[in-house]
Design a protein around this ligand. Structure first.
Ligand code: F6P
Length: 547
């Protein structure tokens, strides 16, 4: 079909943006009292209010036409049915099979993958029970109290974020830690809190080749053996999750302590696989399965609902509207939930590693903007940090507000205060405060004349900032599963519209290659190769500064 920006559907949206530019969100709400009801969806326990967006029925219809022009429905089916849609790595994309809670088979190369998924789930369930009940003993016969996941990227961010999000479900005597950074401070400061005899290490790496993970794993192994004085201790304190059993065995981990997953699970889509083992250990297998069920409910909705009613599709199209027609370059994720504070960091990898691409599936340079910069923080902290820029800065930043109706830890009116802040922010961003309102407010404060005129421009809020609000009843494993699947599918839809491969990540390679050249130079195993003067200067400076 050529580049999507050359299609009549794209051109129509361009014109639509220009035509609608003068209509504010405030005007849209005044003109249509039913607006909130019309632009609202309720699926998998998530209420999505998308009425505070710069859209009307015609804009939505045009966006949906664009989705159909790129054959979105066909691509959804291609993903769910195990076709090789990750073409640069020649892989299927089947993370949805990991949370398939039906008896339906899922085919990959004429082979039903469900039996092997169930086998690993059973292996996880057995292991989780043994660790959580204290049957699994360390080398000295003591039960496990500390679980340390060593992994990075998709082998870290998902499990870390989910464990934090589901804090109310934690086992009372198990503490879960995550080590990802090659910076030895991460390892050192974590091990300080753990006793070797009670510590279980999970080495999580899809490839089992990642430098950070393997280096930390070797250091952890050394720490354990030094403390317990015996190499055989490793069998009682190390398990591994990987697609690469040969390398895991070579590391010295007993095949009985290996949990498998498969190359059709992308790293950043892997928390639903055995990579979720730290989650299952922390919150119990039953709750882990509820997480899968929540995601599955969203999967079914995404696969079967008409595009007009399809929550991931609507969220994705709204993002396209601002990125490609409104020139927005970033998107803020604003969870009003302390336990979701790591959601923005998790979604950064999911979204930016997926859609941070500059060539189409067929290798042409794209002629339009692709994935936005994702960022955010838990409210209300963000309000006292960066919201100023969203309210009165010069960037257009669409926002997602996320809130649970009920707190796991109610205290006085604090949850109502949290909710009031969340709702107030989306209202303020939508409404703004116009010239007249600002003037009147200043006059009511007794400010007049030159003082008023000087202050007035600073007190005006342009408003018209679009946002979505996602509300759930409570942050349970099931709701969290649905929420994460919602974002995964949103990212998929956007990738299809941008005609890119959302499932590879070649952009992380160059830095890894160059680090491989520089390290031997720092270790002085190899004489210096040619670098640019900046890199060379920094290497020289380091040699001078090192103690
Ligand atoms: O950062 C690149 C990447 O390949 C991610 O896609 C992946 O999640 C991460 O590294 C970790 O990879 P692995 O699980 O193979 O150690």
């Amino acid at each position: 079909m050529g580049q999507v920006c050359r299609t009549p559907e794209w051109q129509a949206l361009n014109e639509q943006w220009q035509e609608q530019a003068g209509i504010t969100l405030r005007q849209r709400f005044t003109a249509d009292p039913q607006r909130a009801e019309r632009y609202r969806l309720h699926q998998a326990g998530i209420l999505l209010d998308y009425s505070k967006n710069r859209i009307d029925d015609q804009t939505l219809a045009l966006l949906l036409r664009l989705a159909r022009a790129v054959d979105l429905e066909g691509w959804i089916e291609r993903m769910f049915s195990g076709q090789t849609i990750n073409t640069t790595e020649e892989r299927a994309v089947l993370h949805t099979a990991l949370r398939n809670r039906t008896r339906q088979p899922v085919w990959h190369n004429q082979h039903n993958v469900m039996p092997q998924i169930h086998q690993v789930l059973a292996q996880m369930a057995d292991f989780v029970t043994r660790v959580r009940t204290g049957q699994w003993r360390g080398h000295t016969g003591q039960p496990i109290h500390h679980i340390i996941n060593i992994g990075i990227g998709g082998s870290d961010l998902g499990p870390r974020m989910v464990c934090q999000a589901l804090t109310p479900y934690h086992h009372p005597h198990l503490q879960t830690h995550f080590i990802s950074n090659i910076d030895s401070s991460h390892l050192h400061q974590t091990l300080k809190h753990c006793t070797p005899a009670n510590t279980l290490f999970i080495i999580a790496s899809k490839t089992f080749t990642t430098q950070e993970t393997l280096t930390n794993a070797h250091a952890a192994r050394h720490w354990l053996i030094t403390a317990l004085g015996d190499e055989t201790a490793v069998a009682h304190h190390f398990v591994a999750i990987s697609t690469n059993s040969q390398r895991v065995t070579a590391f010295g981990i007993d095949p009985a302590n290996q949990f498998r997953f498969w190359d059709w699970v992308g790293g950043r889509y892997s928390l639903w696989s055995a990579i979720g083992l730290p989650i299952a250990l922390t919150i119990g297998m039953e709750h882990f399965e509820q997480l899968l069920t929540g995601a599955h409910t969203m999967d079914q909705h995404f696969r079967t609902a008409p595009l007009e009613q399809n929550m991931p599709v609507i969220l994705a199209l709204l993002g396209i509207w601002y990125t490609n027609f409104g020139n927005a370059t970033s998107h803020a994720i604003l969870p009003y939930d302390q336990n979701l504070r790591s959601l923005p960091a998790y979604l950064q990898q999911t979204d930016m590693e997926s859609n941070g691409k500059r060539v189409t599936r067929t290798g042409e340079l794209v002629e339009y903007t692709t994935g936005p910069i994702l960022w955010g923080a838990a409210g209300t902290d963000g309000q006292h940090a960066f919201y100023q820029l969203i309210h009165q800065g010069t960037h257009l930043i669409p926002c997602d507000f996320i809130i649970a109706a009920n707190s796991h830890n109610p205290l006085g009116n604090q949850h109502q205060m949290l909710l009031a802040n969340c709702l107030a922010q989306s209202e303020a961003l939508m409404r703004g405060k116009n010239h007249q309102e600002a003037r009147q407010e200043l006059e009511e404060q007794g400010i007049r004349g030159a003082a008023l005129e000087a202050l007035l421009p600073h007190k005006i809020f342009p408003g018209n900032v679009p946002s979505n609000t996602l509300m759930i009843d409570r942050l349970t494993p099931q709701r969290l599963g649905a929420l994460l699947a919602l974002y995964e599918h949103k990212i998929f839809v956007q990738g299809i519209i941008w005609q890119i491969n959302s499932f590879d990540q070649w952009g992380v390679e160059l830095g890894k290659q160059l680090a491989g050249v520089i390290l031997p130079e720092l270790l002085e195993q190899q004489s210096h190769t040619e670098h640019d003067s900046s890199t060379q200067g920094l290497i020289t400076a380091w040699h001078q500064l090192r103690e």
